[in-house]
Write a protein that binds this ligand. Structure first.
Ligand code: MLT
Length: 239
């Protein structure tokens, strides 16, 4: 089974093209919307709390996890809690380290603001970081739509959960499974250096796409192709 973990503050629709390709390739897929996103009620209190909840619904073995950005943070917690259930991991546009104090404070500020004002200011505040300045209009529209489907409580809780996440370097250095790392060379939110570091620690294969942060939406051919090649390699090596 392939587990697709979405970015913040989007939802599982960001993987709709990939889901179609995986479905056509005969893969079993799980693509949850986190609490508070994609119309889901409730909120994420902590990444570990949500990871525990998710593990109750996932198979006991054979999972390939794919996480982009916040999805990567969540995948790191899942791999710490239940490494034996995974046979492969794909990290895209994400990082192992914790936030700087300034980044953490920005999250808490956003959490406070979104509870007061609602989610309407988020597209304007976040779009450029997520997809760059010159993304095609259809991508801008679909990212905006997904952001506006998040609830203020969900956004605030996710920011607090991310602010409290631990450093994952040690967890990742112990991984015994094949890893693919997908980076965007124009990602201003996650610098290429952080992705190179991640690939080195996990002994993963690094694929660089010429994109901003949401690399799967900005270069679906490159992203989905790398994912399908990785899955095929897992099959042929019997992992
Ligand atoms: C994401 O795309 O999930 C966010 O940029 C993650 C974050 O805020 O660190």
């Amino acid at each position: 089974m392939i587990l697709l973990l979405h970015a913040f503050p989007l939802n599982s629709q960001m993987y709709s093209l990939l889901q179609q390709e995986l479905y056509d390739a005969g893969e079993e897929i799980c693509a949850p919307d986190y609490p508070g996103f994609g119309g889901q009620e409730e909120t994420i209190e902590s990444l570990d709390g949500y990871a525990q909840q998710l593990l109750k619904t996932l198979p006991e073995e054979g999972i390939v996890g794919l996480g982009l950005s916040m999805g990567g943070y969540l995948l790191m917690r899942l791999l710490d809690l239940a490494p034996e259930r995974f046979r492969g991991a794909i990290f895209a546009n994400t990082r192992m380290g914790q936030d700087t104090p300034e980044a953490r404070q920005n999250r808490l500020n956003m959490a406070e603001k979104v509870l007061k004002e609602g989610v309407e200011f988020l597209p304007q505040a976040m779009l450029q970081g997520l997809i760059g300045k010159d993304a095609p209009e259809d991508i801008q529209d679909s990212v905006k739509t997904m952001i506006l489907q998040a609830s203020p409580e969900g956004v605030a809780a996710a920011q607090k959960a991310m602010a409290d996440r631990p450093d994952s370097r040690e967890v990742l250095s112990k991984l015994q499974i094949p890893v693919l790392v997908i980076a965007g060379s124009e990602d201003t939110l996650i610098p290429l250096e952080a992705m190179k570091d991640l690939a080195e620690v996990t002994k993963g294969k690094l694929v660089k796409l010429k994109t901003a942060h949401l690399s799967n939406l900005l270069d679906p051919e490159g992203f989905n192709g790398a994912v399908l090649d990785f899955l095929e390699e897992l099959e042929t090596t019997g992992e």
